[in-house]
Ligand binder design. Structure first.
Ligand code: PEP
Length: 273
């Protein structure tokens, strides 16, 4: 079957099995610090965010610092509602994999979530769809929640391939973890053309893709696709967050640049109220 025929097939199936878009999902706002900061600035940022959180935000909040600062940031946010995540994880649990960090090692540091398949990992470090699937399985095996990033390039959007690309990226993860484990994932839709560029998908554009992702998950066998969190990432800022987060299938954000400034990150968290 061609990929567009397969996309048509699951969209047709989805019409009869649409999960409830208004399910009572609690939002997740995750900050991806990438390769930025020092131990001192990271701890100060985490403390400023922890102090600035009010109890009114209807969201969980996750900070994803660089590996060397995970333990210090986890300690800084102990006893607060902030959680700590990593930016990548090895597929293997141990062995001759120089430079890799296993999910068990991350769990020991107090990490609860891990980003996998970020477009920078895919484009700059050659991680294939299959690698992303294997890393996702590695995370699940150690009890971490994988935040699986998917998204199309500008060229793929212009050629009308958004659904096909995302279905292919998701299928590789499903093949690795099995349909029964799909609903343990968080998915982040991050259009590559919107990451770090200042360009943002419009709320309608983002909602359309989020609904498609939820449809794909339902048809692929996720038992509770209606309860799964699907985050949007790509130049989300305090000024555009409320409109994006108000969409029925957008359950939070994966934030790059704006997660490095406490006031901006808190502004996005407040947009989930
Ligand atoms: C990201 O890197 O995941 C991201 C969304 O970055 P930014 O918010 O800077 O576009």
């Amino acid at each position: 079957m061609t990929s567009s025929a397969s996309a048509r097939k699951w969209l047709a199936l989805f019409k009869t099995r649409r999960p409830d878009p208004m399910s009572d999902r609690r939002s997740l706002i995750a900050g991806n610090w990438k390769l930025n900061g020092t131990r001192e600035t990271g701890v100060a940022l985490a403390e400023a965010i922890a102090q600035g959180m009010s109890t009114s935000e209807r969201c969980d909040v996750l900070l994803c610092p660089p590996f060397p600062y995970l333990e210090a940031v986890a300690k800084a946010v102990e006893g607060t509602r902030l959680k700590v995540g990593a930016q990548n994880v090895a597929a293997a649990a141990s062995g001759a994999y120089t430079g890799e960090v296993s999910a068990h090692m991350l769990a020991e540091l107090g990490v609860s979530h891990v980003i996998v398949g970020h477009s920078e990992r895919r484009s700059l470090f050659g991680e294939s769809d299959a690698d992303v699937g294997a890393r996702t399985l590695g995370a699940l095996d150690a009890g971490l929640v994988p935040i699986v990033c998917v998204g199309e390039t500008q060229a793929e959007r212009e050629s009308g391939d958004v659904d096909t690309v995302i279905a292919r990226q998701l299928a590789a993860v499903r093949d690795a973890v099995g349909a029964d484990s799909l609903d343990k994932l968080v998915v982040a839709y991050e259009p590559v053309w919107a990451i770090g560029t200042g360009l943002t998908a419009s709320p309608d554009q983002a909602q359309a893709v989020h609904a498609m992702i939820r449809a794909w998950l339902a048809v692929a066998g996720a038992g509770s696709a209606g309860d799964m969190l699907i985050l949007y990432g790509g130049s989300m800022k305090p000024g555009n967050a409320a409109e994006l987060l108000a969409q029925a299938d957008i359950d939070g954000g994966l934030i790059g640049g704006a997660s490095l400034v406490a006031e901006d990150f808190l502004g996005i968290c407040q947009a989930t109220v």
